[in-house]
Ligand binder design. Structure first.
Ligand SMILES: [Fe+2]
Length: 179
């Protein structure tokens, strides 16, 4: 005979009954987020043969989650990271000239804040697609580390707004990705 007092069933299939905390943001769900054959209008031009698809533009925390699609080879950019980056490669392969590791299809990589590196897509890769979670900013630099440009959640947001307006989805189409 058990003497254990009766406890609530934490594993019962009963939803939480209370209210959510005041001030919390709405959750965000994107069906088919990894469908690379999605509506072409979702891909925002970033440079010739380079587009991105925003998933989350966090203006409240200063980061963004996006899928980068590159259809050219060679040097993509040289940059310094102001914050951490998480990179999950979905297609193709790429590397940084400064490191000996490769981002291969299905791989995950952490890029530490402060790292300065030059993204290169090798010959033979028709398409490189990588899901990047980027906190802070890309600071684009010349080979000596001098800043030549910057990109953050706000430049991504502005590019997406303009693109979605131009392709007929409407500038406010991007609002669904903002938190
Ligand atoms: Fe990087």
């Amino acid at each position: 005979m058990s003497t254990t007092p009766e406890r609530p069933q934490y594993d019962a299939e009963v939803p939480y009954r209370g209210e959510q905390p005041y001030g919390m943001l709405e959750d965000l769900v994107i069906p088919q987020a990894l469908d690379l054959d999605c509506d072409e209008r979702l891909w925002v031009p970033q440079a010739p043969d380079v587009t991105f698809r925003p998933l989350l533009l966090s203006v409240s925390q200063g980061y963004f989650v996006n899928i980068l699609r590159v259809r050219k080879t060679g040097i993509l950019s040289r940059h310094r990271h102001a914050g951490p980056v998480h990179a999950t490669t979905l297609k193709g392969r790429w590397h940084y000239l400064e490191h000996d590791w490769w981002a291969e299809e299905g791989s995950y990589a952490f890029e530490p804040p402060g790292d300065i590196h030059t993204l290169h897509v090798p010959d033979g890769v028709e398409e490189m697609v990588t899901l990047f979670h980027v906190t802070g900013a890309y600071i684009y630099v010349d080979p000596d580390g001098n800043p030549v440009g910057v990109e953050d959640v706000f430049t991504k947001l502005e590019a997406a707004r303009k693109h979605y307006a131009a392709v007929g989805l409407g500038a406010d189409y991007v609002d669904q990705f903002i938190r």
